[in-house]
Ligand binder design. Structure first.
Ligand SMILES: *Cc1c(COP(=O)(O)O)cnc(C)c1O
Length: 386
């Protein structure tokens, strides 16, 4: 096909095809773990054993590859498994330069799992290209991968994907972007030069708080991606056929959900930044945010900048005040995670534990698709109590 389909069309149709055997419009869930061999010993129908690949997972992987403008995708049973599949490509003796305020589970992998695999890492401020460049200049490190999360969690810092891709190419290493916060609707790391786009599909892609999943989308289906594909099968953290089917179903509404969530987040961020009980709002959609211009360029849909459905803010009065606000909400649910249809509020520092980089008075909001007025009424009421 010459021209790429619009993301709205792609979200509905990617990976969907009429079932050849039955004419079913909605793809069936293939539960079979094993597939028949041809008389000559081959597997002409493409499936052998479900951990290595199965028709339902293949549809999901094809859909996600198309949505991200990639050549190949590997689906995993969690975002965490997807992250590790990419990080391990640095290989024994390799080094990873990574965003300092990455998702805390990714930091744990870098600090606790990867050293045992012979992979070292430096955590740096990836919003500053010079800082990344000097981390790369140290050749003794043997850097093979730059890992970037943008916008980051929970401070919503924005790193320049195209700039980092340029640095990665110069230093002959690969660039992976955790695109969970951007979602395939708002941010396209592969088009900006990244080698991998990684998702926790538990979040926006799943969108309904009922599937844990992950995905790695690659710009090419070469030997680099073969290492991810091989890890998928060898480490075995693969999603069930039912989870793949649920995610495929979720994709159909992804574009609508993400736009609505981003709109809600943008308005809530504006209102919060005017509120006297709030001393800081972290949201790249605010003109005061240091990454506002950059995010405006690299996060958009239909040529219009949109800054995602997650924000964080700091309540005057620190941890006790933040906990009091979280205690008073009625519509927002006090829970971790993000990207679902219902709005969540979370005191991040106490979720992450003592090594958290989150300020004690910080609350993270994951906006859902409810009506803005009800969301703001709830927050305003909760803030009035402190
Ligand atoms: C949730 C999350 C992950 C981990 O994904 P799981 O599906 O929970 O394993 C990784 N990166 C980011 C940015 C996340 O929000």
């Amino acid at each position: 096909m010459s021209k790429r389909r619009h993301i709205d069309t792609c979200a509905v149709h990617a990976g969907r095809e009429i079932d050849a055997g039955t004419g079913a419009v909605v793809p069936p869930i293939h539960l079979s773990t094993t597939y028949e061999r041809d008389a000559d010993g081959g597997y002409s129908r493409g499936n052998e054993y479900a951990r290595d690949g199965n028709p339902t997972r293949t549809l999901l992987e094809r859909a996600l590859a198309e949505l991200e403008g990639g050549k190949a995708c590997a689906a995993f049973s969690s975002g965490t498994a997807a992250c590790l599949a990419v990080l391990q490509t640095a290989g024994s003796g390799g080094h990873v330069v990574a965003t300092r305020d990455s998702y805390h589970g990714t930091l744990r992998q870098l600090q606790e799992l990867l050293p045992g695999m012979g992979i070292s890492s430096s955590l740096v401020d990836t919003t500053d290209l010079d800082t990344v460049a000097s981390a790369l200049r140290d050749n003794s490190n043997n850097t093979r991968l730059i890992w970037v999360e943008t916008p980051s969690n929970p401070l919503l810092q924005v790193s320049d994907i195209a700039g980092l891709a340029h640095l990665a190419a110069e230093h002959n290493c690969q660039l992976a972007v955790d695109n969970t916060f951007g979602s395939p609707v708002l941010q396209h790391p592969l088009a900006l030069g990244a080698d991998y786009s990684v998702h926790s599909s538990t979040k926006f892609i799943g969108g309904h708080g009922d599937v844990v999943g992950g995905a790695v989308i690659s710009t090419s289906d070469d030997e680099g991606f073969a290492a991810v594909r091989s890890w998928q099968s060898r480490a075995g953290a693969v999603p069930s056929a039912f989870d793949c089917w649920l995610l495929l179903r979720s994709l159909a509404t992804l574009s609508m959900r993400v736009r609505r969530q981003a709109k809600n987040a943008g308005r809530i961020a504006e209102y919060l930044s005017e509120h006297e009980q709030v001393c800081a709002v972290h949201y790249p959609g605010l003109a005061s945010h240091p990454g506002h211009k950059l995010a405006g360029r690299q996060m958009n849909a239909d040529g219009q900048s949109r800054f995602g459905g997650v924000l964080s803010f700091e309540v005057t009065g620190g941890e006790a005040a933040a906990m009091a606000v979280a205690a008073r909400v009625r519509l927002f649910t006090r829970a971790t995670s993000l990207g679902g249809v219902e709005s969540l509020i979370e005191h991040r520092a106490s979720v992450e534990g003592p090594d958290s980089v989150a300020p004690p008075g910080l609350l993270r909001l994951a906006l859902g698709i409810e009506h803005f007025t009800d969301l703001w009424t709830d927050l305003e009421h909760a803030l009035r109590g402190v």
